[in-house]
Design a protein around this ligand. Structure first.
Ligand SMILES: *Cc1c(COP(=O)(O)O)cnc(C)c1O
Length: 223
């Protein structure tokens, strides 16, 4: 098996300029993270609050943590003090709670809105219409402690490249729509987070700015 450092280098070598790597380290131990860290990686993705709490406490403080999983409102308070980005905001309720907790610790927290485009029933996220509605209602404009930096999505877990490409391009076009309607004057609204181990090369052709890759770097997760 290749080493984590080799795997990481190989993934990074495939990313065009302007695409950042979120190394998804969920279920992998601190030693694995430190191998990637030694290779220069500073941006890591986690999706469980308790696991992230432990890793954040024990690993170098210059690591940027992205929360990429489904976040329950009652757990927001634990990660808001240090989280670099919350990628999967899928309700106004969650956005409100992030804003409330961020205000309490004097931060502005960067977030992405998660879109539900894939066919799978189980995936979280806002439908395009729900996302349009959330933005049109405008409550987010009053939230001074969250900054909406873009969109995140997962394509369907299928072999059909065409389908993956279609879903990612739908997200990319939706990004352009939303950018023009609400964020034309906000350079910070610039992130498109799509692409995982099996489809990140496609994502790079579909306007992604951030790929979230776990298995290809760290190996299979042991749950
Ligand atoms: C686990 C996870 C990933 C990484 O998946 P791999 O297939 O291991 O690359 C990416 N995004 C989200 C939201 C995840 O939960």
């Amino acid at each position: 098996m290749d080493s984590i450092r080799e795997n990481l280098k190989h993934v990074v070598s495939q990313l065009p300029a302007g695409v950042r790597l979120v190394a998804v380290s969920k279920y992998h131990p601190a030693e694995s993270i430190m191998e990637a860290y030694a290779e220069g990686q500073r941006l890591f993705g986690e999706s469980h609050v308790q696991e992230l709490q432990g890793k954040h406490a024990s690993l170098p403080s210059d690591i940027q943590w992205h929360f990429i999983g489904h976040l329950q409102t009652n757990k927001v308070k634990y990660i808001v003090p240090y989280i670099s980005m919350i990628e999967a905001v899928d309700s106004i309720r969650l956005l409100r709670e992030i804003n409330r907790q961020a205000e309490r610790c004097g931060r502005v927290v960067d977030v992405l809105l998660e879109l539900h485009i894939a066919e799978e029933e189980t995936k979280y996220g806002l439908t395009l219409d729900a996302c349009r509605q959330l933005l049109a209602e405008g409550e987010w404009r009053t939230m001074e402690h969250v900054r909406i930096c873009g969109l995140m999505m997962m394509a369907s877990f299928v072999d059909d490249e065409q389908q993956i490409r279609q879903e990612m391009m739908l997200a990319a076009h939706f990004f352009d729509e939303v950018k023009a309607a609400y964020f034309a004057d906000k350079p910070s609204f610039c992130e498109r987070s799509w692409g995982m181990s099996h489809d990140f090369p496609i994502a790079c052709q579909c306007h992604s700015t951030m790929v979230r890759v776990g298995t290809t770097i760290f190996g299979e997760r042991v749950y």
